[in-house]
Each structure stands twice: as structure tokens, then as C-alpha cells.
Design a protein around this ligand. Structure first.
Ligand code: NAD
Length: 469
């Protein structure tokens, strides 16, 4: 049985170079993360290559059993993992945060283990018989961000392993300890070599994107990094799944009930203190109910405590890093300078330690204001007034990203009709960001390509092979 201290000791034990990770809520030391070099990366890739054929040969059933056991291992160490995640990432233990994220890791492992993927009979007409199979790719690189470091790593790792691949994970330099700990726990139940982690800087990590032994990259992060990875992986023609940045719109139709939707709107926007790829980042509200929605949302937001994640009262935490804090602070300042109306927040208390930016709601803001047009990735939501549905749809579709979106209404048919007009990989109705391991998830436009989750997510980690005859 691991304790928090023993888990931390295991992931920080390294004789080479290390980097001190600070708690974003307090500035205190969490631990020293290894900084792996190129040689370490090469060894991890070689180890993965060596271990992969035996793992592939086990077949789906045995791999599924191993993944189910790995889910059990996560649950055995759930509280220790959640505590480390809270200290390194900043997200509170409570609310839809650290414990929730660790729970999601187990859930996604179980889903990847149990979803069925049968060979598909494409043609069988007496003359021609063609069957579609999915074979292992080989070694997959999993490159992830710092916002949901454990959960997104599992989104990449679990289907890759299930499909018979070995995986080399490169976590964000902001949250390496969380991913090192997760992999340590998963490896209690997995054969040696098929899952390893390289805790390195971007320059060393970039080697994974042009390494000849890597067959596929699962990447989640910014659109800019996604573009760099496309270029870098071109010479070796790697398969790519790219889950990139978003700036999700929510459209509230005039028949919605402001009081009934306020809490779900709040969590759609502020889950993980707004540091979520598919969070609601621009809210469009019909003029008939604009004031009522602003009022109800403000009341909900005001009541949500923000603070140190280890305090069970808190459901919102700090920004994970100073760079992100500055992005949010600058965007809100620009909105204030433009004359937009701050309903709540907008005035950070810089005398306190930690990257806390207060929960902020900004009304009467123009659609082309940077707080609307750019991804804030933090706890500041702009609320834009609209008059006609056509105008709202045009504004929602006006950016070059399209990860998620949502429509809010008492009339499901009307909401679905509006949803069908929005350019986004997922459009939720009366909720936002509700990802589900059974349901494919991916971006439209520059939010990336390829699908994760469900049977489509498994197919994305295999090489299609047709047996014709
Ligand atoms: P980032 O792109 O800066 O970094 C993501 C990861 O890529 C990190 O591990 C980083 O070290 C690595 N990286 C960066 N450049 C690289 C390169 N050229 N080669 C190889 N690796 C490279 O993103 P971030 O700041 O960690 O995360 C925030 C962004 O991620 C936001 O834009 C957010 O919307 C997006 N995101 C998207 C999803 C999704 O599912 N679509 C989920 C979470 C976050």
C-alpha cells in the first residue's frame, strides 16, 4: 500500500538532473521532478519496441484483463494520486477536480478494456469477401498538457495499450509528478517496458515527434504545438490524433430558464477553474433573458469557494502557472479597458501567495474583444448579448477553432436544430463539456483531428488491415 510520501519518493528518486516543482497555491515545494535527457528517451523507446510484440501477442482479452487490473491499482492509490495532483496542478481535492480526475482515470481504463472491437465484414457477396481488422501500430507517443494531466494521459494510454501498442508518455513540464505517479501505479499491473514516461523539456520531448520508431502520436495541447508536431512528424509519416485548443461557445436560447441552467452553465465554464479544453469560454445569451442569466450566474459563481486545493471547502483553485495567470489577467484587463461591465471578480489580490485569479464574469462585451475571441483558459467568462439565432450561430462559428459548443433551451428539438448549425466536434444540449468514455470526442477546424473514446477511439490506435479473399 502506497502512502503519499512513498509515492512521491518513488517518482522523485532519480540521480540525474532534476527540477523543483512548486505548489501553485502556496509556492511551497512539492518535490523534485527528474529531467530526463535524450539518452533516457532513447532507452524508453527501445524498451517499448522490445516489449511491444509480446504485449500484442497476448490478444485483446488478456490485455483487457491487465487494463482492468490497472484501473484497480488506480483506485487503490486514489487518494494519494489525488493529493499529489492537487498539490502540483492546484485543483482542489473536492468538487469536479482532483478526486474526480483520478476517478475518471479508472473509468476510462475500464471503458477502454471493455469496449468491443470486432473485425468488420465489409463485403461478402459470394464473389468477394473483404474483412477489416485493426492491427497494433507499434510504439505510440503520448504528449499531454498540464490542465488534466492524469486523465488526459489515460485517454491516450488506455486505448493505445488495449490495441496492442507500447506507449512512451511525455508529460507537460508543469505537471510531471502527477503523470510519473500515475504511470508508476499503472505499472503495478502491466508487463515491463510497455508503458514508460520521459519527464523532459520540450526540446528532448520533440524527438518523439520525428523518431523513426514511433508510429503514432497522441497529442493534446495547444494548436501552435499541434502545428509544430504535424511538421516534425511529416518525414516519418506518423499517424496523429490531435486534440488542440478550443474557444467553446454556448448559446442560450430565449426560452431557457435562467435559474434552472445557472449552475450547469457555471460548471460548464469554470470546471478546473476554467483550465479545460472543452470548457464554455464564450457565452451568447438572448437579449430577452440576458439580465436574468447574468444575475443567476453571478449568484451561483459568488457562492463557489476558491482557495488551497487541500482544503475540503474549496471547489476552485489557482491557475496552474504564472504564464496562464498572466494570460487571464491581461485579457480581463483588456476587457475592462474596453468598457465592458464586470459583474464579478476582475480584481486579483496580488498580496496573497499563489496564482489565484478570482472568478470573473464580464457582461456587455463586444464579440471581437480579445476576452471573447481568444482562449482565456482560466476563470473569466465573457457574456455576449444577441438578438437573433442567426446572429448567435454566426458569432459562435466565427473563430477558426471548434472543439465543443452548447445550446441551452427548454425546447430540445429547437436546441438540436441550432446545434446542427454549429461548427464544433461536439455540441452539448443543456450541459457543456460532459465527456463520456463511450462517446467519440474530437475537434473541428483548428481544434484538431482524429477521435478519442468509444470504438472510434480504439480504431484510431490501430492500423486498418483488409483481408480480401
Ligand atoms: P502546450 O501545447 O504548450 O503543451 C502540451 C504538451 O506538448 C506539453 O507536454 C509540451 O511540453 C508539449 N510540446 C509543446 N511543443 C511541442 C513540440 N514542438 N514537440 C513536442 N512536444 C511539444 O499546451 P498546454 O499549455 O500544456 O495546454 C493548454 C492547451 O491545451 C490549451 O490550448 C488547451 O485548449 C489545450 N487542450 C486541449 C485539449 C483537447 O482535448 N482538445 C485538452 C486539454 C488541453
Amino acid at each position: 500500500m502506497k502512502t503519499y510520501e512513498s509515492l512521491l519518493d518513488e517518482v522523485t528518486a532519480f540521480s540525474g538532473r532534476s527540477r523543483t516543482i512548486l505548489d501553485p497555491a502556496t509556492g511551497e515545494i512539492v518535490g523534485d521532478a527528474p529531467v530526463h535527457d535524450l539518452e533516457y528517451l532513447e532507452q524508453a523507446v527501445a524498451g517499448a519496441q522490445a516489449a511491444q510484440p509480446a504485449w500484442a501477442a497476448l490478444g485483446h482479452d488478456a490485455r483487457s484483463v491487465a487494463l482492468l487490473k490497472a484501473a484497480g491499482a488506480v483506485e487503490r492509490s486514489a487518494e494519494e494520486l489525488a493529493r499529489l495532483l492537487s498539490r502540483e496542478q492546484g485543483k482542489p481535492l473536492n468538487g469536479p477536480n482532483a478526486r474526480f480526475e483520478v476517478g475518471a482515470c479508472a473509468a476510462w481504463l475500464r471503458a477502454a478494456a471493455t469496449i468491443r472491437l470486432e473485425p468488420e465484414m465489409v463485403v461478402d457477396d459470394g464473389e468477394t469477401r473483404a474483412e477489416l481488422h485493426y492491427k497494433p501500430i507499434g510504439v505510440v507517443a503520448a504528449i499531454g498538457p498540464w490542465n488534466w494531466p492524469m486523465m488526459i494521459a489515460v485517454w491516450q494510454i488506455a486505448p493505445a495499450l488495449r490495441m496492442g501498442n507500447a506507449v512512451v508518455v511525455k508529460p507537460s513540464g508543469n505537471t510531471p509528478l502527477s503523470v510519473l505517479a500515475l504511470v508508476k501505479v499503472l505499472n503495478e499491473e502491466l508487463p515491463d517496458g510497455i508503458l514508460s514516461v520521459v519527464s523532459c523539456g520540450r526540446e528532448v520531448g520533440a524527438r518523439l515527434t520525428n523518431h523513426p520508431a514511433i508510429g503514432k502520436i497522441m497529442f493534446t495541447g495547444s494548436t501552435a504545438a499541434g502545428r509544430a508536431i504535424i511538421k516534425s512528424s511529416a518525414d516519418t509519416v506518423k499517424r496523429l490524433t490531435l486534440e488542440l485548443g478550443g474557444n467553446d461557445a454556448g448559446i442560450v436560447l430565449p426560452d431557457a430558464d435562467p435559474k434552472a441552467i445557472a449552475e450547469d452553465l457555471f460548471w460548464g465554464a469554470f470546471i478546473n477553474t476554467g483550465q479545460t479544453c472543452a470548457a464554455l469560454k464564450r457565452l451568447y445569451v438572448h437579449e430577452d433573458i440576458y439580465d436574468a442569466v447574468c444575475e443567476e450566474l453571478t449568484a451561483v459563481a459568488r457562492a463557489m469557494p476558491m482557495g488551497n486545493g487541500l482544503d475540503e471547502n474549496n471547489v476552485l483553485g489557482p491557475l496552474q502557472n504564472k504564464a496562464q495567470y498572466d494570460v487571464v489577467a491581461n485579457l480581463v484587463q483588456a476587457a475592462k479597458d474596453s468598457g465592458a461591465r464586470v459583474l464579478l471578480g476582475g480584481n486579483p489580490d496580488t498580496s496573497q501567495p499563489g496564482y489565484f485569479y478570482p472568478t470573473t464574469l464580464v457582461a456587455d462585451i463586444d464579440n471581437d474583444n480579445p476576452l471573447v475571441a481568444e482562449e482565456q483558459f482560466g476563470p473569466a467568462l465573457p457574456i455576449v448579448r444577441y438578438s437573433t439565432i442567426d446572429e448567435a450561430v454566426e458569432k459562435a462559428n466565427g473563430l477558426d477553432v471548434g472543439l465543443g459548443a452548447s445550446v441551452w433551451s427548454s425546447d430540445l428539438a429547437a436546441a438540436r436544430e441550432v446545434a446542427s448549425r454549429i461548427q464544433a466536434g461536439t455540441v452539448w444540449i443543456n450541459k457543456h463539456g460532459a465527456v463520456d468514455p463511450r462517446i467519440p470526442f474530437g475537434g473541428a477546424k483548428q481544434s484538431g483531428y482524429g477521435l478519442e473514446f468509444g470504438v472510434e477511439g480504439l480504431k484510431a490506435l490501430g492500423v486498418p488491415q483488409v483481408i480480401n479473399g
